[in-house]
Design a protein around this ligand. Structure first.
Ligand code: NDP
Ligand code: 2IT
Length: 458
C-alpha cells in the first residue's frame, strides 16, 4: 500500500542520506567504485528514511557503510623462474547481521581496496535479497592469473590462503569465486585450508568440485539465475526469450551459463567478448567452442573466428553494445556500459537488461535505461543466483548430503522468482513502481536493518 509521505520528511531524509554519503567520501578518499555503489544504494533509501525514522535513530546508515573488519596482507610466492613475487591480498567483512560473511574472491590486476569494498557493500544487500542467512563480504588480490602456469597458480593460492585462513571459517566467513577464481583456484585454496586446519571443514568455501563437497548447479547458477531474472521481467510484460536476439558480454563463468540458458529458452545469442575484444556471430554463438576455448584451453575469444568463418572479431570491448539486440546481459565487469553505450542500446531497440556482472552499468547508464522504460534488472538482484546456490552448498555441507542438479536448479529458479517479486513489491510500496533498482535496494536493506536493530549497537 502506498502511503503519502509528508514533503518535509522527504527533504530531511534526502539531506540525511546526502550527509552520510559525504562522510563516506571524506573517510574513504579516492575510492571511486565504492562511492558509486554507496551512492546508488543510499539514493534509493531516501523513501525508507522518510517513512521510518527508527532507522536513522539507530544509526543504521552510518554503521552499514563502515565494514565490520577489513584486512590487507602480503602474498609472497615464487614464480617458475625462481623469482620472488609479491601481491596484495584483501578481505572485507562488511556486515554479519543476518549470517556469516559471504562473498567471492577476485584475482585481477585491477583489484584494490575500492573495488573490494564496492563488491562487499553490494554483497550485503544481494545476500539479504536471497532470503538466506548470509552476511556480506568480499576479497581478492591484484594477482593476474593470465599466462601463469598451473604450478604458479597453486603456489600463489596456497600463500594467499595461508594468511586468509586466519580470518575465515564455516560459521565466520565463507569465500567463493569471482573474476579469475574458478574451480581450479577454489580446489587449491580448499586443500591448503584443510592442511592448515587439520580438519575437513567443507563449508569454509563454496564453488568446490562436486567430488569434494561442491553443489551441483553452482557453476551454472549465476548465469542461469541472471536469465531467470530477465525472464521474470519479460513475462510480466508479455515478452520472453523465445525468438529474441541477445548480446552477452564476457566469456567467463557467468557469461557461458547465461548464454546456455538463453539458448535453452529459445533465444539467439549473437555476441560475447573478453577483455581484448568481442565476437559477433550472426548464426548464433556456438557455446561448445566458447566453453572449450575458455574453460579448457584458457585462450582468447579471438580464436573463435578461426572455427566459425561466419563470425567477426573486433578489437576493444565497448563496440559490443552497438550490436542491435532485444536483451543485453552484461556479464564481464564493472562500468562496462557507460551512458553512450546505454543510449546506443536504447536507440537499437533493447527491451531488457539483466546485469550478470557486478555494477556493469554506470549511474548515468542506469538513468538512460530507466528513463526510456527499458526493463532493468540491477546486479544485486539479477546476479544473486550464484551466491544463493553457494548458500545451498553450505546447507548441503552442513547436512553432509548432496542434492541433485534438478533439485538445486528448481530452488535457484524459485529464489530468483522471489527476488523479483520482493523487489517489485518494495518498489510499489515506496512509490517507485517499475523501478527495480529502488525495489531491490529497499527489499535487501530492510532485512539487514531490522536485524541490526534487534542486535543492538554493535
Ligand atoms: P570470469 O573470470 O570467469 O570471467 C570474466 C569475464 O569478464 C572474462 O571474459 C573476462 O575477460 C571479462 N573481463 C574481466 N575483467 C574485464 C575488464 N576489466 N574488461 C573487460 N572484460 C573483462 O569471472 P565471472 O564470470 O565469475 O565474473 C564476471 C562478473 O560477474 C564479475 O563482475 C563478477 O563480479 C560477477 N559475478 C560473478 C559471480 C560468480 O558466481 N562467478 C556471481 C555474481 C556476480 P578476460 O578473460 O580477458 O579477462
Ligand atoms: O558477486 C558474487 O555474488 C559472487 N562472486 C558469488 C559469491 C559467492 O559467495 O558465491
Amino acid at each position: 500500500m502506498i502511503t503519502a509521505i509528508p514533503e518535509q520528511n522527504q527533504t530531511a531524509a534526502k539531506e540525511y542520506v546526502q550527509s552520510v554519503y559525504e562522510l563516506v567520501i571524506k573517510r574513504n578518499p579516492y575510492e571511486s567504485e565504492f562511492h558509486q555503489a554507496v551512492k546508488e544504494i543510499l539514493d534509493s533509501l531516501v523513501p525508507v528514511f522518510a517513512k521510518h525514522p527508527k532507522y536513522k535513530e539507530h544509526g543504521i546508515l552510518e554503521r552499514i557503510v563502515e565494514p565490520e573488519r577489513m584486512v590487507s596482507f602480503r602474498v609472497p610466492w615464487v614464480d617458475d623462474n625462481g623469482k620472488v613475487q609479491v601481491n596484495r591480498g584483501f578481505r572485507v567483512q562488511f556486515n554479519s547481521a543476518i549470517g556469516p560473511y559471504k562473498g567471492g574472491l577476485r584475482f585481477h590486476p585491477s583489484v584494490n581496496a575500492s573495488i573490494i569494498k564496492f563488491l562487499g557493500f553490494e554483497q550485503i544487500l544481494k545476500n539479504s535479497l536471497t532470503g538466506q542467512p548470509i552476511g556480506g563480504g568480499k576479497g581478492g588480490s591484484d594477482f593476474d592469473p593470465k599466462g601463469k602456469s598451473d604450478n604458479e597458480i597453486m603456489r600463489f593460492t596456497q600463500s594467499f590462503m595461508t594468511e586468509l585462513s586466519k580470518y575465515i571459517g564455516p560459521d565466520v566467513d565463507v569465500p567463493a569465486g569471482d573474476i579469475g577464481v574458478g574451480g581450479r583456484e577454489i580446489g587449491y585454496m580448499f586443500g591448503q585450508y584443510k592442511r592448515l586446519r587439520g580438519g575437513y571443514e567443507a563449508g569454509v568455501l563454496t564453488g568446490k568440485g562436486i567430488i569434494y563437497g561442491g553443489s551441483l548447479a553452482r557453476t551454472e547458477a549465476t548465469g542461469y539465475g541472471c536469465v531467470y531474472f530477465a525472464n521474470e521481467m519479460l513475462t510480466a510484460k508479455g515478452l520472453g526469450f523465445e525468438g529474441s536476439t541477445v548480446v552477452v558480454s564476457g566469456s567467463g563463468n557467468v557469461s557461458i551459463y547465461a548464454i546456455e540458458k538463453a539458448h535453452q529458452l529459445g533465444a539467439k545469442v549473437v555476441a560475447c567478448s573478453d577483455s581484448n575484444g568481442y565476437v559477433y556471430d550472426p548464426n548464433g554463438i556456438n557455446l561448445e567452442t566458447v566453453k572449450r576455448l575458455k574453460e579448457v584451453e584458457r585462450k582468447r575469444i579471438k580464436e573463435y573466428v578461426a572455427e566459425h568463418p561466419g563470425a567477426v572479431y573486433t578489437e576493444g570491448c565497448d563496440g559490443i553494445w552497438s550490436i542491435p539486440c532485444d536483451i543485453a546481459l552484461p556479464c564481464a565487469t564493472q562500468n562496462e556500459i557507460n551512458e553512450e553505450s546505454a543510449k546506443l542500446l536504447v536507440a537499437n531497440g533493447v527491451k531488457a537488461i539483466s546485469e550478470g556482472a557486478n555494477m556493469p552499468s554506470t549511474l548515468e547508464a542506469i538513468d538512460v535505461f530507466l528513463n526510456n522504460q527499458v526493463l532493468f534488472g540491477p546486479a544485486k538482484a539479477a546476479n544473486a543466483g550464484g551466491v544463493a546456490v553457494s548458500a545451498l552448498e553450505m546447507a548441503q555441507n552442513g547436512m553432509r548430503l548432496q542434492w541433485t542438479f534438478e533439485e538445486v536448479d528448481a530452488k535457484l529458479h524459485s529464489i530468483m522468482k522471489n527476488i523479483y517479486a520482493n523487489s517489485v513489491r518494495a518498489a510499489d510500496e515506496y512509490g517507485y513502481s517499475g523501478n527495480l533498482v529502488v525495489g531491490a535496494n529497499i527489499a535487501g536493506f530492510l532485512r539487514v536493518a531490522d536485524a541490526m536493530i534487534a542486535q543492538g549497537v554493535v
